[in-house]
Design a protein around this ligand. Sequence first.
Ligand SMILES: [Zn+2]
Length: 217
Amino acid sequence: MRRWKCKVCGYIHEGAEAPEKCPVCYADRSNFVEVDADGNEITAAAASEVKQEPAIHITPIAAAAPQAQTQGFLTKLVLRLHLHPISVHFPNGLLPASVVFLALGVLFGFAIFNEAAFFNMVFVLATMPIVMVTGYLEWQHRYKGSKTFLFLTKITCSIVVLISLLTLVVWRFINPAVADPASPDRLVYLGVALVMLACAGIAGHLGGKLVFAGRNR
Ligand SMILES: [Zn+2]
């Protein structure tokens, strides 16, 4: 059985040929390379070792150098310490909590839960720049800025989370009673929070799919 690796996300496919599309990140067949049992790429050169050395060597320095230079200190730190998967724990953990608190406040009039929801959202908003910058760097360098359906959906979802979170925090700041039982806007406010939670859930699910791409069993 031949083994094929997706160069974008690391997914391993076993079969006679590479799949039409990667089932994890949706990259097309051209992104797959054949690998051996240890996961090392089987290059055309390695496959035909009898081939003679070419007379003229074209040194690929110019092609390799910019990539190395653009990987600055911050990028190396982000990739090596897995700062994106770590920082997403803040929205992934606190947004469900804040939406549950908000629902208790809006639907049952528990003012103290509205307070808790607000403070949780302020904290998540403060972490969002780290989440988005580390996510961007990870996308650019680990996944080569791939624009497949998975990455575009993930980016769109994170932008919706940021905008809706900003809206909820600013709205509540302008009108502290917006989520109170007497407020005419309370259900709209809760609706925005639910959209935010759904998008955070989708972005998190796709992130998990990418992280576990290499483990297909
Ligand atoms: Zn893939």
